[in-house]
Design a protein. Sequence first.
Length: 525
Amino acid sequence: MKVLNKINKYQLVLFLASFFIISCSTDEDSTTPIQTVITTYDFSKTIDENPAQGFEIGNVLASTNQGDLTFSLTEQTPAGAMNIGLETGILTVANPSVFIFETNPTITGLVTVTNGAVSKSTNINISLNDITEDNIYIGSINLRSQAEVEAFGANNYTHISSTLNIGKYLDYEVSDINDLSPLSSLTSIGVNLLVGLNPNLQNLNGLENLTNVTNTILIAQNESLTTIQSLSEVNSDYISINILENNNLQNLDGLEKIKILIGLEISENSSLQNIDGLANVTQTYSLKINENPELTNIDGLQNLTSANGGIMIRNNKSLTNLDSLENLKYLEDNLTIIENQSLLNIDGIRNLVLRPKLIYIRDNASLNSIAGLLGIEVSGALAISDNPSLLNLVGLNNLKTASLSLEIIGNSSIQNIDELSNLESADKLRLNNNSGLQNINGLSNLKSITQDLDIKDNNSILNLNGLQNLYYLKRNLRVTGNTSLADLCALQLLLVSDGLGGNFTVNNNAYNPTKQDIINGNCSL
């Protein structure tokens, strides 16, 4: 057994003294406050005249890098037209009598978004549709059969004040609806358009004159539907669109006039080949593209600049790249890219300015590069796991801190983590089951971990060199199941300086010294 000389008391005193001085200096430096930044977006929407009191117009979108936001209406014309939720930013109708096209075709306002002493203003612009009053259907209508579609269509309504539900989607039953042409007089829907569980419906012909849907468009589980082209006149903004489980739908042509969305989900459309119909979308709060097996690219999102509520791209087995996201600048919440078997890289997100707090990149069998993450310096949770073709961590070169967790797990082709050489701190760090990982030298600048450190089942690691500068680990140290690991001397500084605050667990490695063994210098074979 190799025995290292103990660190003598004089050296330890000098180290602790210098550590105290450095810590004080660091504490003084860290008192510099982080500047609060508020990001806002002008709100513009078209709704029908004569809404009910309390009608939800939409949500003023804003975000901040820290703390909480409040919203207030500081100006509006006409006065008293709207209310806004103090914490939610939801605009509602306060005085329905002023929402009349003939007297106020446009209603405007100014919202101030505040975080402590910092505030920022955003413009509100609401345009009213002129509705022919004698053709309005007041309330929601559920059309559950072809006979009901024809009977309702015979009234030649131009507007439905609330929701139009076509089919039995809300009842979890299938309908016999196959033809929407009796609805051709419709131009506006006051709340939602739902078309679901209509197995015989091949197209949406009959909705070609529809120009406005105020809240949500949902097209779901229409197994014979091949096209939604008849929605081509809908030009509503700040709405949600959900295209789900339409097995024969091949594209999203018909959505070309949509520009700004609250949410967009495209999931489980087994024949969908492209989403080019979304080419004019510039903003959405959230984006989900899941389980579309024939989708090879997402070129329809080439003009998307903002998705602050997060992006999930999951289990699209033919998707090879994210290149069309090259104009995406703002992604604040989360980025989840998992189970995309043919995805080669994530270079398309390389131009992000505001980067996500949570990043999960998992189970992408062909992924060989994460270089698209190169601009990231600070993250919340960052997990790179089970990507067997990933060769290195190029993309994490500038990462300095992971405030929630950093996980590198099950990436069998990675041989080192040299790209983490700028990492200084993490909340949790897990390096598990990376069978090709030979060393962790890239952690040489890591100084502190505020929760746990796990190094488990990395069968090619010989030593823990790279952890020699780690002096603080608040909770638990677990080094287990690394069958070639025979040298743990890099943990001496941590243990000699009493920097470990929790449990010490070392077992099932080639060498398994006790905590005291390492302190005494008996730290390797």
